[in-house]
Ligand binder design. Structure first.
Ligand SMILES: Cc1ncc(COP(=O)(O)O)c(C=O)c1O
Length: 387
């Protein structure tokens, strides 16, 4: 390996949400979705160069920002984008809020597939709308979509949008073309606009392929909005660089209106620099990162099968967020997460954060050097053995 993912870099006292939110400095954080690895050197170099200029005035988004995104999506996902389809935004969450405000009014409903990324619920609520859960189906250790239920929910006239998580956080699924086509067919029939959150689309493991929702066919291209960012892939969440992809000019005009109203039209002085460096020079780093993350997953599987066979690890097709079934412990997810934090100084996410049907699960972030992963797993083992 050319890049050192084993290196432990202290993150305390860096204003890190992950490491500095807990007052207890002995807490090992394996919760929020950022990684404990230094980003790709090419990105750090580009940012250092920008910093060395010393002037950080109002910043335009250069043509190279759009070019970098277009070549990334062409080479990674074989999806040809056009420059005018791209709209820079400071993050995927700000993008979701812009989209919801543009296409739903107070009291409207938005479909989500629970258990799902918790901030979907928060963004929907912040806009005065209601999340309508098309629950994923859990059977034989695997998740799938419930299309009959989706059909029923999409038929509700107060449903305006569906918020798709593609790939899915927290259940780790990469949706197949067949599944996405069914979603598209149902939503098109009921005039429900699909927002596809593809922030996790680069960290997809061997044997699986990310299919951009908008690439399915012409109607999906024209009637969807995709949100994406290099932030999960390259550990850049604090840099705030993201974009929406939308091929439909009428939809874009509505989005632009809200972006202007909210004054979220400009990126900061580092956003474009980081994205351009990532997408132009970050592929080798990303490929090694994926190998390391998957080796962490295998390490976790091996540890759990030897030490904690009562716990079930779900298949990880994408992301570095592992969904773990703990039903055999006969405790609520909240009790497990609280006991892990209070008694064993391990911070994981309770499954119910992602919807009521996350009960019986916890989510563990494994994007950390293996030595810290092992430390976390030993804390989990101490907890289970103390029951
Ligand atoms: C599915 C999903 N969307 C959006 C975000 C947050 O995106 P951003 O930091 O760009 O607002 C996350 C972060 O974990 C996520 O998992």
């Amino acid at each position: 390996m050319d890049f050192d993912f084993d290196k432990v870099i202290p993150r305390q006292n860096t204003n890190s949400v992950k490491w500095d939110l807990s007052a207890d400095k002995n807490v090992l954080p394996m919760w929020v979705a950022d990684m404990d690895f230094a980003t790709a050197p090419a990105i750090t170099e580009a940012l250092a160069m920008r910093v060395s200029h010393g002037i950080f005035g109002y910043t335009i988004t250069p043509p190279t920002f759009y070019d970098a995104i277009i070549s990334w999506w062409q080479s990674r996902h074989a999806f040809p984008l056009q420059k005018d389809w791209l709209m820079p935004v400071p993050g995927v969450l700000p993008a979701l809020s812009v989209i919801i405000r543009a296409f739903a009014k107070q009291g409207d409903k938005i479909i989500v597939q629970s258990p799902v990324y918790n901030h979907f619920f928060i963004s929907i609520q912040n806009c005065g709308c209601e999340a309508l859960c098309n629950n994923l189906v859990y059977a034989n250790g695997n998740y799938s979509m419930d299309f009959d239920d989706l059909e029923q929910k999409a038929a509700d006239s107060s449903v305006k949008l569906m918020l798709l998580c593609n790939p899915h956080n927290p259940v780790g699924r990469v949706w197949t073309k067949d599944e996405l086509l069914k979603v598209k067919e149902i939503c098109t029939r009921h005039n429900v606009l699909v927002i596809s959150d593809e922030i996790h689309s680069d960290i997809v493991y061997d044997g699986f392929k990310h299919i951009p929702f908008a690439s399915l066919d012409e109607s999906a291209t024209k009637h969807s909005i995709t949100c994406a960012s290099p932030s999960k892939t390259f550990n850049l969440a604090g840099i705030q660089s993201a974009y929406m992809i939308c091929a439909n000019e009428d939809i874009r005009k509505k989005l632009e209106l809200i972006l202007n109203e909210q004054d979220t039209i400009f990126l900061n002085a580092f956003s474009a620099e980081a994205l351009i460096a990532a997408y132009r020079h970050g592929v080798e780093w990303m490929n090694e990162l994926k190998q390391y993350l998957y080796a962490n997953y295998i390490f976790l599987l091996d540890f759990i099968s030897r030490e904690l066979p009562q716990i079930k690890i779900l298949p990880l097709q994408a992301t570095y967020l592992v969904w773990i079934e703990c039903k055999a412990l006969h405790k609520t997810s909240d009790d497990i997460a609280n006991a892990l934090l209070q008694k064993h100084q391990l911070w994981v996410n309770s499954g119910t954060l992602y919807g009521a049907n996350g009960e019986g699960f916890i989510r563990l972030n494994i994007a950390t050097p293996r030595v810290l992963l092992e430390k976390g797993l030993n804390k989990l083992k101490d907890f289970v053995n103390s029951q």
